[in-house]
Design a protein around this ligand. Sequence first.
Ligand code: SF4
Ligand code: SF4
Length: 175
Amino acid sequence: MGAFKLGKMTFGSLFKKPETVLYPVVTKPQPAGLKGHVAIEVNDCILCGMCDRSCSTDCITVDRQARTWTIDRLQCVQCGYCITVCPKKCLSMDPNYAPATIVHEPDVFQVPEQEKAGKKADEKPDDKPATEKPVAAADAKAEEPDEAKPDAQLMALIGLMDDEKAAKVRSALNV
Ligand code: SF4
Ligand code: SF4
């Protein structure tokens, strides 16, 4: 009896429309709330590395020297924790799937230098006011862009963290 049922099902499926589609050529409408892939707004990233240290599958790499933010999408489980811990809120969950690929290569994003606060929009990078003095290496920290420094909201957030986590964030942000 069981074999008869199975045979009937198998035979019947030969004439039914398949449930699957020829992805990625054909796609299905995405359900609401789908966790597609992690997206980054690189202009807001301060390369603090919180996402890197917090990722449970170790798929994010933050390189402060090269100013790159890298994610291995085949390793990401879309848990969203990196989005929660990012102090600049520059990570989000894009509801679309990442493009299909047959090559296992991480996505690398170049993080631009933060513009100095108060710098005129039309000022060229090499333009210096006549009164500007060369900055000694020891004073270089004082010349860091304001956007790279934590704001009051961030400091309040750090205050809510446990001691170990707060120490890691402070060390990453140099505060
Ligand atoms: S969503 Fe989860 S697994 Fe994916 S990068 Fe973020 S923390 Fe890692
Ligand atoms: S936690 Fe946010 S700001 Fe820090 S490195 Fe990751 S994406 Fe950039």
